[in-house]
Design a protein around this ligand. Structure first.
Ligand code: NAD
Length: 373
């Protein structure tokens, strides 16, 4: 079975779906791995390191994709890449199944058996394949560095001969995987951190990291699978009113609130930004799915009344070495689940396999996606 690792072609994408360590694991499982020349370079993984672990190196993307039994990707394949895939080939990646139904339809039409990591069931057994978590962890860490770079103040308290500098006040809205990592990182930098989430379990998790949980007199909004459920506009209006004074008091607000498959809820309005001190910073990790802040634009800094609103865009890719290393392990773990005795043999009775499979036998098979294509 030939496993291909192409160079990512999406704009700004620096990650790669296999690293030398995971190539070694796949080779040990009897798979032949072929890496496109330079595929790992932007993540600081060079061709000789892959070759050392048993990979062959192929300069030509067309030949690589056309000969592969399985293709490992980060971003969804472009139409040109799909056209090069061999009918019957397997594909694993972050395929944006809900946001890009046309792309999924194209994979089905090509006869590709595609697994979208976004759809992976979030059960304990699948945790080592959970790319949403591994990449959210990277994004949470980076969001604090983004804020620190933009904040014209120190994070830690400093007592100097020139006087005392108070610590920065950081408010994290949404304390899931990214939010908890942001809390831990901001604490390590010396900020005073508080956080809010609509899930009941979040309070204990926030407190265990040494941050203050912001108590709001609102009903918990727990959904299924550890996620929040989509909130009504009335709930969000009340939440914004209650959280307003906490936002106004913060030097930094990091927003990470998402509802899977739905636009992100607006937590910070333009009026709330106007109520913040000049020099304050908002980092909106949900900017790509509509934004938690009304003013945010993905990949841009919007300055309003002296407040910087940094809209995140593919943040995990800005720390590509570790983002790739973690992602590649997620991908390798899923691929090895699909392989028996060196051959592609997915067990569709396995909920992890069935739950992540989005196209198969020429059709879109995942119920969540089928409803949208
Ligand atoms: P996510 O990225 O979908 O959302 C981020 C956070 O935003 C969540 O904590 C959510 O509750 C919160 N949120 C949504 N609307 C909000 C609002 N209006 N105000 C404030 N916060 C709001 O979620 P995620 O971080 O990927 O995962 C959330 C939780 O899922 C985790 O903390 C964990 O409990 C669970 N989880 C379980 C597994 C597993 O068992 N394998 C894996 C990953 C996550």
């Amino acid at each position: 079975m030939l496993v291909a690792v192409p160079t990512e072609v999406a704009e700004g994408e620096k990650r790669v779906a296999a690293v030398p360590e995971t190539v070694g694991r796949l080779a040990a499982a009897g798979l032949s791995v072929c890496v496109q020349a330079g595929a790992g370079e932007r993540a600081a993984f060079y061709d000789p390191a892959y070759a050392d672990k048993g990979a062959s190196i192929e300069p030509d993307a067309g030949r690589l994709l056309g000969s592969a039994d399985a293709v490992l990707k980060v971003a969804p394949p472009t139409a040109a890449e799909v056209a090069k895939l061999r009918p019957g080939a397997a594909l694993i990646g972050l395929l944006n199944p809900v946001g890009d139904p046309d792309g999924i339809r194209a994979l089905a039409a090509r006869g590709v058996t595609a697994f979208a990591l976004e759809l992976l069931p979030r059960i304990s057994r699948a945790q080592n394949m959970d790319a949403l978590s591994s990449q959210a962890m990277v994004a949470g860490y980076r969001s604090v560095l983004m804020a620190a770079e933009r904040l014209p103040k120190f994070f830690p308290m400093s007592m100097t001969a020139a006087g005392t500098v108070p610590p920065a006040k950081v408010l994290v809205l949404g304390a899931g995987v990214a939010g908890l990592q942001a809390i831990a990182t901001a604490r390590r930098l010396g900020a005073v951190v508080s956080a809010y989430d609509v899930r009941a379990a979040a309070k204990e998790e926030v407190s265990s990291l040494g941050a203050t949980f912001v108590e709001l007199p609102l009903e918990a909004q727990d959904g299924t699978g550890g996620y929040a459920r989509e909130q009504s506009e009335a709930f969000l209006r009340e939440q914004r009113e209650l959280i307003g004074r906490h936002v106004a008091a913060a030097d930094v607000v990091i927003t990470t609130a998402a509802i899977p498959g739905r636009p992100a809820p607006v937590l910070v309005t333009e009026a709330m930004v106007a109520g913040m001190r000049p020099g304050s910073v908002i980092v909106d990790l949900a900017a790509e799915s509509g934004g938690n802040c009304e003013l945010s634009r993905p990949g841009e800094d919007v300055v309003s009344g002296g407040v910087v609103v940094a809209g995140a865009r593919n943040v995990a890719s800005s720390m590509p070495t570790h983002a790739s290393a973690l992602y590649a392990r997620n991908v390798a773990n899923l691929l090895l689940l699909l392989v028996r005795d060196g051959a592609f043999a997915p067990d569709f009775d396995d909920e992890v396999v069935a739950g992540s499979c989005v196209t198969r036998d020429g059709a879109v098979v995942h119920p969540v996606v089928r409803g949208r294509t």
